[in-house]
Write a protein that binds this ligand. Sequence first.
Ligand code: GLC
Length: 730
Amino acid sequence: MLTPSNKYDAQIEALLSKMTVAEKVGQMNQYNGFWDITGPTPEQGDSKRKYEYLRQGLVGSMLNVKGVEDVRKIQELVVNESRLGIPLIFGFDVIHGQKTITPIPLGESASWDLAALEQSARVAAVEAAALGINWTFAPMIDISRDARWGRVMEGAGEDPFLVSKIGAARVRGFQGDDLSQWDTIAATAKHLVGYGFAEAGRDYNTVDVGTSTLYNVLFPPFQAAIAEKVCTVMNSFNVVNGIPATGNHFLQRDILKGTWNFEGFVISDWGSGIEMIAHGFARDLEHVAEIAANAGSDMDMESDAYASHLEGLVESGKVKMEVVDDAVRRILRVKFELGLFDDPYRYCDAEREKTYILHPDHLATALDMAKKSIVLLKNDGQLLPLKKDQSKIAVIGALADDKNSPLGSWRLGADDHSAISVLEGIEALSVPFTYAKGADVSIGPETFIEEIQINETDKSGFAEAIALAESSEVVIMVLGEHGYQSGEGRSRANLDLPGVQQELLEAVYAVNPNIVLVLMNGRPLALPWADDHIPAILECWHLGSQSGHAIAATLFGDHNPSGKLPMTFPRHVGQCPLYYNHFRTGRPGPLDLVFWSHYIDESNAPLYAFGHGLSYTHFDYSDLVIDASDQKAVKVQVKVTNTGAVGGEEVCQLYIHDKVASIVRPVKELKGFEKFYLAPGEAKVVEFTLTEAELGFYNNAYEYVVEPGEFGVMVGTSSDVGLTGTFELK
Ligand code: GLC
């Protein structure tokens, strides 16, 4: 984490005093890795211009430079040829692993296991650092309530308390406790702010949220990351109160660097600066540079606004030198913290790649994280776990044989098709089965930048799959989304099974209802038919490199699922945005007449609630005790007993409801959780303490307050099942 701010001040000031305006502006400029760096020097075009800028010390950072050799080559160019030799910082989207890929962040978040989440980020940091990277653009801590938005896969769901805890754990994992070590990297809290509230779940769309939602829902995860000393913050593409985040003085100076006293630096999102022209907020690139610099966006990712105009703006006085100096101090400080001035090549040891990339311990971490991310949504008749000597098992669905989708869409550093598939996972258990694809999910190219094409017509494999199902005793169907159907630029207007998969599911069910549905998806899906008909459903997200082993272990009982949903699953896409911590409204209903808040053609209820997740055993809740005698520390106790025949992990969840307050408060708010293992018959008394940190909120004057009155309490296994009670704050 960032050390106390005085540690490098003298060195920073000494360096700053030597820098020309052009060199200062250079530190605020970031370019994408743009040529075959080990190849010949670029002779023309954009690559040549960027190459020359590097040589002249007019670039502060690069992103997407892959491999120690390339990083070293660019670093040597800057350190040896520029006047002051200020080392570059190399950034990369290490979102959920580098080479060893862990589950997509929404999947990891379903573990509610903060230690495991931190370890997962630690492994990602070691592999990224071994490849020359010293800065990741993660964790993404955008609250997201709308499953249509493609980037829900990248976050930690809908709840500010859970997202705050998870974001802080991931920052700890990336940054460790000593940034100067070669295997720790700077983290980025992103995207400030509200990107996940894009209207209609459509990526890059308008965001329009009230200030109370800013303070009480969207800000807390960033405050938690800053408390964890996150090195950088990335601003977002969207407007906030009509002003693009990159040019938003309120967000970046008043709140982030002012109220929150953030000491790191702000990186723009890719081109978010120049996009202010499209927004209709900046006239031209020079105006972009003026607005963004004055608003507190310290480093410009790929807009070329600062490189092109900032020096002139300083000369004209439109941007004061102290604005530039502040940005450069912040950037230099992170570079000092990372040890790049002590040794610009600290991250450039080619031997590490052989030692650390895909290390067995990393694969073990990925497997552990994958298992913990799986959520048992339904298990009627205890169909799961299957027995390993179960005869006549059919496995149906293209995703069962897909080694690419489990990597998700943010896997820029991984090798395509490198995940363990479900078929390989079951084979590794020596459990006999017969496979039939049934139908392709996607057709055509599978790349990060192109639209994935979904098979909407080809059912030529149905007959084989149906015949196999008919002759089998149990059918494992692996259905869901291709890995490139979620992520950036991948919003959906529907939340059903893509393509012809629903038809395949119903056709197989018609001949054999004994189905275990394994879902692979990057967002909540709306699957009411499946919930009505299919006896057992496992939510398996995109689980990363070890996907197949984790799924097989769970299917056949070597692992007892413990995941809990970090995001509500709707019954229908028309309910979106749908989330548990909603306000009551003035007409919560239900009423006999139509005049209450509801649909005439759908329930208000979710298909699966936030915090939902079953186990192969059962946890009984009893003996709820609430002690408010100490009004500053209200104690809540509950007894949890494993009443089943197998051991398992439970996530005990504590929710409050501030029933009457100076602004309306959610009907429920997660304010505590604890994950623990219980052996069969074992019981545990879980105790939570509610202090002002949990009971307060930002009022209409944006002051943090705790108000007197009655509070509801619920403690249980999900946001919709638990023991309830109340207490009074005087
Ligand atoms: C992308 C994303 C951002 C990412 C950056 C660099 O557009 O919005 O999250 O870190 O560009 O790839």
